[in-house]
Design a binder for this molecule. Structure first.
Ligand SMILES: Nc1ncnc2c1ncn2[C@@H]1O[C@H](COP(=O)(O)OP(=O)(O)OP(=O)(O)O)[C@@H](O)[C@H]1O
Ligand SMILES: [Mg+2]
Length: 585
């Protein structure tokens, strides 16, 4: 007998698992893909211990009959393609028949299912071997539990990160899957906490808003462009919204989440003159491309694809973004073609270049935030104004008028300044609030009539996590039963008219906060949210004294260029620039 032997199937599956299943998030991706392929309208994911202890995915899709439930764990067993020709026009996520046998080979799996018949089926496996097949009750659909991932593959387990990190990866892969299926409801729980609950949404915009939060979503612009049979659509952030890493650049090809260096390059090119170095946009780009022009069968985890004409895809993405972002740019956007994107816009930032220690690079364009950042990334608190000194020491700004009840136009020594009244006031209140709480001089007001707020279980959990911090910041809130909170004292800065909305917003901010972010970050979120609710709104008329007060208070803040959420507060049109535009020089 020769030395060469065909491997036993459990060994072969474990080898395949090495490619397909890298970490708990890969398991979640495969199981969610299967649920979507099965036509589910609801996908629920529960994880424990970063997904290593347990991953549970439940769907209400087609489910499996008894025979198929066992067959599903055979290598290369799939219901999704029949012949090699089908590979050229794949409409489903799955096509290899590898995921379930791979997962089962490195864990303990229990699959419970029914295809709608009265008696369902339960299949138990360990390390790829079927232990039992028994009748079980289950509504139409599948529940699959994966426990002890890599229990028999210690080399794999060594490469896993801390449970919190693995959970974050799971959350982000689920968010990607959810982004491309807005009509399907998704939820994610970890260790009993609700990390995501996204009900069926009407469209991509609504779904993305569920994922990134309404505030960030409001800073995203629609993208839609075609070129021949190719189309790219989706959402891309205005330059006022950016991140410190590229992890929020999401690409999908025919509904599949992928990474592609070339497309990321196109994105980077489109934003090159709009974002400071080291800042990345938030994009959700959906590419539709004829099946014949893309090969999806090139990567073990299907995380990459190969394009027949990559250059065309690259150019389409770049053009689509340039079109969208051009509209976003004030003044120049109004005259398409008048200036290329490479041309910095006419407005610059206060104060004059050179006088700032930490200013944006010279020539940074109008929409670039400074310091760029989102709620998640802003340094938790403003530097102590006492030691840092004021950015605008000695600069005078005189309000001239209010524009559209939203912007304050002011004259500066070297030009015209446009301030967003809400953002400016928010910055002022944020710093005042922090300063008061630091000095122990926080003013609070007792409510004449305590306000009750009904909360969901998830909000209640968030409350338990933050009630001490809220107390320290002047909010006296107590639980009343499991689903009600009673508010009887709030900081004086907060108008008492909007308490319920504020409390709700505070809890949703806390839900996004992770203990790993630190207590300063929690405090920042609370104070920023309170400042936002207390600040004067857009489309609100202001008289001259009120405008002066906001502008002067802003000049006294430590970080007057951005609001606490990282959005720009003011734009500048310099006299130099005006004179050039009017050909006076
Ligand atoms: N949640 C589910 N609901 C209904 N059927 C399912 C579900 N999960 C798996 N199946 C069935 O089990 C089969 C095997 O699943 P598996 O993920 O291993 O392979 P696949 O999805 O066909 O291909 P791939 O390996 O590319 O994911 C599927 O073809 C499908 O028929
Ligand atoms: Mg599959």
């Amino acid at each position: 007998m020769g030395a060469i032997r065909v491997l036993e199937s459990s060994v072969a599956n474990q080898i395949a698992a090495g490619e397909v299943i890298e970490r708990p998030a890969s398991v979640v991706k495969e199981l969610v893909e299967n649920a979507l392929d099965a036509g589910a309208s609801r996908v629920e994911v529960v994880v424990d211990g970063g997904g290593v202890e347990r991953i549970l995915v439940t769907d209400d899709g087609s489910g499996l009959g008894r025979e198929d439930a066992v067959m599903a764990f055979e290598r290369h067993a799939t219901s999704k393609i029949r012949s090699a020709a089908d590979l050229a026009s794949i409409q489903s996520y799955g096509f290899r028949g590898e995921a379930l046998p791979s997962i089962a080979s490195v864990s303990r799996v229990v699959l419970t299912t029914s295809a709608g018949e009265p008696q369902g089926t339960r299949v138990r496996l360990s390390a790829g071997r079927v232990l039992a097949v028994e009748p079980a009750a289950h509504p139409r659909g599948v529940t699959i539990s994966v426990e002890g991932l890599f229990f028999n593959a210690p080399a794999r387990r060594k490469f896993l990160r801390a449970p919190a990190t693995e959970t974050t990866r799971i959350a982000s892969i689920l968010a990607r899957m959810a982004a491309v299926s807005p009509g399907i409801a998704f939820s994610l729980k970890s260790g009993g906490r609700v990390l995501a609950a996204w009900p069926a949404a009407a469209d991509y915009r609504e779904r993305v808003a569920q994922i990134v939060g309404h505030r960030d979503a409001a800073m995203m612009l629609g993208v839609d462009r075609r070129s021949g049979p190719l189309r790219v659509s989706g959402l891309a952030s205005a330059p006022s919204l950016s991140r410190s890493t590229s992890t929020d650049e999401h690409l999908f090809v025919n509904g599949r989440p992928i990474r592609d260096r070339r497309i990321l390059h196109a994105v980077q090119q489109a934003y090159a003159t709009l974002l400071p170095r080291g800042r990345y946009p938030v994009v959700y780009l959906f590419l539709a491309i004829p099946a014949g022009q893309v090969d999806v069968n090139v990567h073990p985890a299907k995380a990459e694809v190969r394009f027949l004409r990559p250059r065309e895809v690259h150019d389409l993405v770049r053009q689509a973004l340039l079109g969208t972002l051009g509209v976003a740019r004030p003044f120049y956007g109004l005259a398409p073609g008048a200036t290329g994107v490479a041309e910095p816009a006419a407005l610059d930032r206060l104060p004059p270049a050179g006088s700032l220690q930490t200013g944006p690079p010279a020539g940074v364009v109008v929409d670039g935030p400074f310091p760029a950042g989102s709620l998640r990334q802003e340094p938790p608190e403003a530097p102590d104004p006492g030691s840092a000194g004021r950015l605008f020491e000695g600069v005078a700004l005189a309000p001239l008028a209010q524009f559209r009840d939203t912007y304050i136009l002011a004259s500066a020594p070297d030009g015209l300044v446009i301030l967003d009244q809400h953002a400016a006031h928010e910055r002022v209140l944020y710093e005042r609030f922090l300063a008061e709480s630091r000095s122990g001089g926080l003013l609070t007001q007792k409510l004449l009539f305590p306000i009750t707020v009904d909360v969901t279980p998830a909000e209640r959990l968030a409350f338990d996590e933050c009630h001490e911090s809220l107390g320290a910041l002047g909010f006296s809130i107590a639980p009343f039963g499991e689903t009600t909170l009673v508010v009887d004292e709030i900081p004086s800065l907060v108008p008492d008219g909007a308490v319920e909305g504020l409390v709700r917003q505070l809890l949703s901010e806390v839900m996004e906060w992770r203990p790993a972010d630190g207590m300063d970050q929690l405090r920042h979120r609370i104070v920023a949210t309170a400042a936002c609710h207390a600040a004067v709104r857009a489309r609100h008329p202001l008289d001259a004294p009120r405008m002066s007060a906001i502008v002067n208070d802003l000049l006294g803040t430590a970080l007057p260029m951005t609001c606490p959420h990282g959005r720009p507060v003011l734009l500048r049109l310099t006299i130099d620039r005006l004179e050039k535009e009017f050909r006076r020089t």
